[in-house]
Design a protein around this ligand. Structure first.
Ligand code: TNX
Length: 540
């Protein structure tokens, strides 16, 4: 290469570097300038001069039923915040729900001038989020709101939190409290893992032993008193969630992780011995499918969500009996299923057909990708972070996907290097990794971005037996999950997020929620777990 073209190439590289640096700098300045204390960070925000004083004379008014209903709750929410008194200033908050505005789905605008706060949306959920955002602003700015304009909408439609109440049961008040916090964070899905090995947690009228027998025990104590939700409890919680624009998706895990059910009704059990006795349903009996179908009927009646989660994970851990049971082996031959994996897929397809017949869309763990289920009627939850190929395969086949890879989205991994209780797997799950998600995998989604429905934190509770430990594992990581689900990549900046995070920690204090404090890692003890009364599954 001649020295002139070498020089040109050098100049070209330099120019590129300078342009990139300038672009980054501009982005930082814009983000800094528009920084508002709000979680999750809004898509766009601009601050102006001046303030709006929220005070007891501030009027709230809404057009139409829903807006008026939110406005009516306003005074109460404000009183509950216990703000310092400001001199009486006549000003108002106006809530405007108008379909013609054509704002994005779940989106809203929030405009603060010195005389008026205006919340606008084209949907009820949008207006609800505008109102939640305003309540946060009032709390964080102690009633003295900066003049600003926010135009906000979510990055993903599924912003979820999964709670495992089979391993340990936490109960109605905890769930409601979490729904409140989720609403504040504009999260909209509670994936409720209600069935697994230690306990079945939901009343099914047709099969009373599911609760008299199946609900007994938890991960630490197989004899713990039966703990479950009655159907009335479920209705109450579903309604509570709906008021907060949160959909509850129940999970009935099968054919594996079915120990509690099969303990209660051994006639549908796939057999097995010792640790793995009753781990799976019997995959060949018509009786099993009838039983499942009847349970699904009650679930569908209780949960209005268009989705039903049927699990489908880790069957190979506990299906040894399938290899030796002569009836099962004969069935595999008769149906030409080739082997036990073929049988597992047959089971999933048969349950998928039941779910479809009930007008629901199936959700399953990423094993589902290989089961031969139609991608048009099923959603895959990608969980095996060490198998990115499973994500790619799901997308290639046309499935819609929800991302909850163990790293960084499993809440049972520890969040700090010195923490002892919880999982490690070539590392752990600090707030920062959650915040930066899905950056490390976006290149895998090229061209299939529309198939990504969103993401969720999955909170497995083998080693979490009480509320204090649960809170500690969930917070503040859930705040980062909410931001990864809501905020567009270009509006995310980790250092700015951390700068304002203490405000959210204060909010958690006010709700008596325990949390890990990343700013003072040693200040709060890691809550312990009780001693275990028997050997347990070590999953992969
Ligand atoms: C794997 S995720 C499981 C759960 C465990 C979890 C613990 C999944 C589909 N199965 O049964 O609780 O790991 O991290």
């Amino acid at each position: 290469m001649g020295s002139l073209s070498k020089k040109n190439a050098y100049l070209c590289t330099m120019m590129k570097k300078i342009t990139l640096t300038l672009a980054l700098l501009t982005q930082c300045v814009v983000l800094l300038f528009s920084q508002v204390n709000l979680f999750p960070t809004p898509a766009t925000a601009f601050r102006g001069r001046g303030v709006f004083y929220v005070n007891k004379h501030t009027l709230a008014e809404g057009n139409g039923d829903y807006a008026a209903q939110l406005a009516a709750g306003w005074a109460e929410s404000i009183n509950a915040l216990g703000l310092p008194e400001h001199d009486a200033v006549k000003n108002r908050v106006r809530l405007n729900l108008n379909k013609e505005l054509n704002l994005k789905k779940e989106g809203y605008t929030l405009t603060v001038s010195s005389e008026e706060v205006l919340l606008e949306a084209s949907s009820e959920s949008g207006l609800f989020y505008a109102n939640e955002a305003l309540l946060q602003l009032i709390r964080f700015y102690k009633g003295v709101l900066p003049v600003l304009r926010i135009n906000d909408y979510p990055r993903y439609e599924w912003r979820g939190f999964m709670l495992d109440e089979s391993r340990h049961f936490f109960g109605k008040e905890t769930v409601k409290q979490y729904l409140d916090v989720m609403a504040s964070l504009r999260m909209n899905v509670l994936h409720w893992h209600l069935t697994d090995e230690p306990g079945w947690r939901i009343e099914i009228k047709r099969y009373p032993k599911l609760t008299t027998v199946g609900a007994v025990g938890n991960y630490h104590d197989p004899n713990a008193t039966a703990a479950f939700y009655t159907q009335e409890d479920i209705k109450e919680i579903v309604a509570y969630a709906a008021e907060r624009h949160i959909m509850i998706v129940p999970e009935f895990d099968m054919p594996g992780h079915a120990t509690a059910v099969c303990r209660a009704y051994p006639e549908v059990s796939g057999g097995g011995e010792g640790r793995w006795q009753h781990f799976t349903f019997h995959p060949c009996k018509d009786e099993t499918y009838e039983f499942i179908n009847n349970i699904l009927d009650e679930l569908v009646a209780l949960f209005p969500s268009p989705y039903i989660h049927i699990g489908g994970d880790e069957v190979h851990y506990g299906n040894r009996s399938w290899f030796t049971d002569p009836d099962i082996q004969q069935f595999i031959k008769d149906k030409d299923l080739k082997n036990e994996v073929g049988l597992e897929h047959y089971f999933i397809r048969r349950v998928a057909a039941m779910v479809a017949a009930k007008g629901k869309t199936l959700v399953g763990w990423d094993e589902l990708v290989d089961a031969g289920v139609s991608p048009a009627r099923a959603v895959v939850m990608w969980w095996r972070h060490d198998r990115r190929s499973q994500l790619v395969k799901a997308l290639e086949q046309g499935f819609r996907v929800i991302m909850t890879p163990r790293r960084p989205l499993y809440g049972d991994f520890v969040q700090y290097g010195t923490h002892k209780i919880g999982r490690f797997w070539n590392g752990y799950n600090p707030v920062e990794d959650i915040y930066r998600f899905p950056d490390p995998v976006v290149h895998l989604m090229k061209g299939c971005e529309d198939q990504i429905m969103g993401l969720q934190m999955s909170m497995w509770t083998e080693r979490i037996a009480d509320k204090k430990r649960l809170d500690y594992m969930v917070f503040p990581r859930l705040v980062a999950v909410a931001e990864s689900g809501w905020t567009p990549a270009k509006a995310k900046e980790y250092s700015l997020f951390m700068q304002k995070l203490p405000l959210f920690l204060n909010y958690l204090d006010s709700k008596n929620i325990y949390y890990f404090n990343p700013f003072h890692p040693d200040a709060r003890l890691e809550p312990a777990e009780p001693a275990k009364k028997e050997d347990v599954l070590q999953d992969g």
